[in-house]
Design a protein around this ligand. Structure first.
Ligand code: PM9
Length: 461
């Protein structure tokens, strides 16, 4: 029978010029490898991984334009031309006036937290991020979550789960006073909520409110372009605006930003902070020479700054975002078709599987998400990342955080894998789902002091 044309598909707006060969291992090899890695996917050797969905951080495929830009890198210790090119790109596309370069994003978080936070300060934000919160705490602050309640419910389909609840912020101001709040920490496309966007309407309301109280908005713009794409797709009045224009508008509503360029900006290393305040920049310029390097490279090679400048522009292309988010959506739909519980709506940089619903017989103290990530690896060599209790870590008083969301993130690197890889990933997850009742939990055998998810070790219970 001849098929009738029902819809027009999208395709990736690029073709491949070079490929990296993948290695497949046996189930026995994988069982030994994950045991040796203490059931922590961060401790696996990448040569033992088949499809690597650990992170979208620094794992992007660069374009031919970016690779050729590398050759233009000006590696002068001082006054590198590449720094000024990146500065120009930040000013043109991201609408922030002055910036300093860092390796990687958490370098920028360290400097900015040291400058803006005093001991006893409170930093409200739309859900914590691991490194961001740690730097806020190390600078003497306490993070307070002011994201809307919907963000903590994996099944809630609200389209802007990254939104701020202004009532929660009002309560914090009443309790501590606006002077104790150096800034509101706003992430675009909130990572730990499942890659969920904040709406322009909510950000505008927050801008108005924080202006009235003299509080800054500091923007974690690591995934700002993906957030802009969701605004274009979901928010009334933005249907005809380009991702580029929406990103500019988002940035114009903030006072400063930190950026891990390893995500949206399509490079393998680098980050920066940007600010509209000269005093903040002056101090950042001074601090960066203590911790990273001269203010015109801040720890980055000139060639890396060149690649970021090109990557920023490429990331703002509408067709790039359509294919990028489209691929994530495709994987999400495949997983759902097998009945696998995922965070809805499907996010920007990955599909987040609800490990509590996947392994309901495990308590949170048995680390369902850590367990599931290990099982997925054993099943097929697909590497994912725990985003639950292990990532949440401990409070400054040593108690465990018990986040409502206990998730496994299937993170998709940009421009790296094909739809066929996504099919294999979904089938692997379905095979684990079929034997879920037999899966046992884990116990901790080693825990480092900071950011334990990177290096903690586990054994089967
Ligand atoms: N995110 C991720 O896999 C890298 C490893 S986990 C720390 O999601 C946000 C929203 C991030 C982020 C890193 C950083 C830090 C800041 N904000 O890794 O230091 O998602 O460049 O960026 C990771 P750097």
């Amino acid at each position: 029978m001849i098929k009738k044309l029902q819809k027009r598909s999208w395709a990736e707006p690029y073709k491949m010029k070079m490929v990296e060969l993948l290695k497949q291992t046996t189930r026995g090899q994988r069982s030994r490898a994950i045991k040796a890695a203490g059931y922590n996917t961060f401790l696996l050797k990448s040569e033992d991984v088949y499809i690597d969905l650990l992170t979208d951080s620094g794992t992007n495929a660069m374009s031919d334009r970016q690779w050729s830009a590398l050759m233009l890198g000006d590696e002068a210790y001082a006054g590198s031309n590449s720094y000024y090119k990146l500065e120009k790109a930040v000013q043109k596309f991201l609408w922030l006036q002055i910036f300093s370069a860092h390796t990687p994003g958490r370098g920028a978080e360290n400097i900015l937290s040291r400058i803006l936070i005093r001991k006893g300060d409170v930093v409200p934000g739309n859900m914590y991020f691991t490194t961001t919160r740690l730097h806020q705490e190390l600078a003497g602050g306490t993070f307070e979550d002011i994201i809307i309640d919907e963000a903590h419910d994996p099944t809630n389909e609200f389209p802007f789960k990254g939104n701020v609840d202004l009532e929660k912020l009002t309560r914090l101001i009443k309790k501590h006073g606006a002077k104790k709040i150096p800034y509101v920490s706003i992430a675009t496309n909130v990572n730990m909520a499942g890659g969920q966007p904040i709406s322009m309407k909510n950000l505008k309301e927050l801008r108005k409110f924080t202006k009235q109280h003299g509080i800054r908005i500091i923007h974690d713009m690591t995934r700002v372009a993906e957030n802009a794409y969701f605004i274009q797709q979901r928010e009334k009045g933005y249907e005809k605006k380009s991702v580029k224009d929406i990103v500019k508008e988002i940035c114009s509503l903030t006072d400063g930003a930190t950026m891990s360029a390893k995500k949206d900006a399509l490079v393998n290393i680098g980050g920066f902070m940007a600010t509209n305040e000269w005093d903040v920049f002056e101090e950042a310029r001074n601090l960066v020479v203590i911790y990273e390097g001269l203010h015109t490279y801040g720890g980055l090679a000139g060639r890396d700054m060149e690649a970021i400048a090109v990557g920023i522009e490429e990331s703002l292309n509408d067709r790039h975002q359509q294919a990028r988010i489209g691929q994530v959506e495709y994987l999400g739909q495949q997983l759902e078709s097998y009945g696998i519980p995922i965070v809805k709506p499907i996010g920007g940089h990955g599909v987040f599987v609800d490990a509590k619903a996947f392994l309901p017989h495990l308590t949170q103290d048995e680390f369902p998400a850590q367990t599931l990530a290990a099982e997925l690896y054993i099943e097929s060599g697909v590497r994912t990342m725990e985003r639950g209790m292990v990532s949440a870590g401990r409070k400054p008083n040593g108690e465990n955080y018990y986040p409502k969301l206990e998730l496994v993130r299937f993170t998709i690197p940009r421009r790296v894998y094909t739809q066929a890889h996504m099919d294999v990933v979904a089938e692997s997850a379905a095979a684990v789902f079929a034997r879920r009742n037999k899966i046992r939990g884990l116990k901790v055998v080693y825990e480092p002091k900071y950011l334990r998810f990177f290096q903690a070790r586990f054994e089967r219970k």
